[in-house]
Design a protein. Structure first.
Lengths: 172, 165
């Protein structure tokens, strides 16, 4: 939500259209593993098995009228030697710039727990895509902040959490 | 049935030569001057046939990358930022309908690295695509007294559309 607020404040006046009230989607959380600090060679979870795969719901609550999903996960490397804790955030909204066609927006990002509540999204990774129809989305993948860990032999490797939102259905 | 056919025919597809146009707004907050400054521009890009090494997976690709001519108003120093939009049209749409992979990156430079924000979206069609927004990484500068100045860039792509249907 804060992305949308910030972007709205920065780029112009917006009016709220008719928001969805409840959205179902599949959430996958994965970890891209990089053997070295050379992240150019990092695979983006190609062929790997999702560490978390759940069907979840985005709904408004008393604090936030935008249908949202927020959950903290700790995901581990396959051998259990390192873990990363992330806050997965998914917001569905519908809004418009003044005089323009209303659009749906899908906001997917990963925060670190330490900064998840900050007004300025330091360490947050993700983005917002806007479409005239929410049904046009088939999925959205956002990477979290890369974290480096050190092996026993002293070499560094990088862990990159990823979030994939797919199979979106507006229920209400 | 005829409605289905009409719907199908009206669905935009990207072919080699298909051109897209989009506007960008880049906004940078400079904590040193407390200034917010913006850059806006309109770009066009074109789908081209996929190269041999990927044409089994993708029929057409749109690859667009550009540097952004941004300078800090406080001292004229160049802010190293560029962004890229890449759209891949799948030869065989997935069973769930996904036909396009849309990637956006925004950051200080290529190749993609920890300082570049990147995301990927999977779309059934380009029809409804309007735009993206992504927050860039804060770029910090040497300390001034007890302060660490930084700029915080935001990229917004809007009015995305196919222009030569």
């Amino acid at each position: 939500m804060r992305f949308l607020i910030i972007i709205a404040l920065l780029f112009g006046t917006q009016a709220w259209g008719e928001r969805p009230k409840k959205v179902q989607f599949e959430l996958q959380l994965d970890m891209a593993y990089c053997p070295t600090k050379d992240k150019k060679s990092c695979p983006f979870s190609a062929g790997s098995k999702a560490l978390v795969r759940q069907t979840v719901f985005a709904e408004p609550d008393a604090d936030d009228p935008v249908p949202h999903y927020r959950q903290t996960f700790t995901i581990k490397r396959g051998d259990g030697t390192a873990s990363v804790t992330v806050v997965a955030v998914v917001n569905f909204d519908r809004w418009e710039y003044q005089g323009m066609t209303p659009v749906y927006s899908l906001d997917v990002h990963l925060d670190t727990p330490e900064t998840a509540q900050l007004a300025i999204p330091v360490d947050s990774r993700g983005s917002v895509i806007t479409m005239t129809e929410l049904t046009g989305f088939d999925g959205m993948l956002a990477q979290g902040k890369v974290q480096f860990h050190r092996k026993k032999d002293g070499s560094l490797y990088a862990l990159t959490p990823e979030i994939l939102v797919s199979k979106i259905k507006i229920l209400e | 049935m005829k409605y289905l056919i009409v719907l199908f025919l009206s669905s935009a597809s990207a072919f080699a030569g298909t051109k897209v146009q989009f506007d960008i707004d880049v906004l940078v907050v400079d904590t040193e001057t407390k200034n917010v400054f913006t850059y806006d521009h309109t770009y066009q890009a074109e789908f081209k046939p996929a190269d041999d090494d990927v044409k089994a997976a993708f029929s057409e690709l749109l690859i667009f990358h550009t540097d952004l001519p941004l300078k800090r108003p406080s001292n004229g120093e160049v802010i190293p930022l560029n962004f890229g939009v890449e759209i891949m049209h799948l030869v065989h749409p997935k069973p769930d309908g996904m036909a396009y992979i849309v990637d956006l990156d925004f950051g200080p430079g290529q190749p993609l690295n920890d300082h570049t924000r990147w995301f990927s979206t999977y779309l059934r069609s380009l029809d409804g695509l309007v735009g993206f927004s992504v927050n860039g990484e804060e770029i910090t500068y040497p300390k001034v007294g007890d302060r660490t100045p930084f700029v915080a860039p935001v990229l917004k792509i809007r009015n995305f559309k196919i222009i030569n249907e």
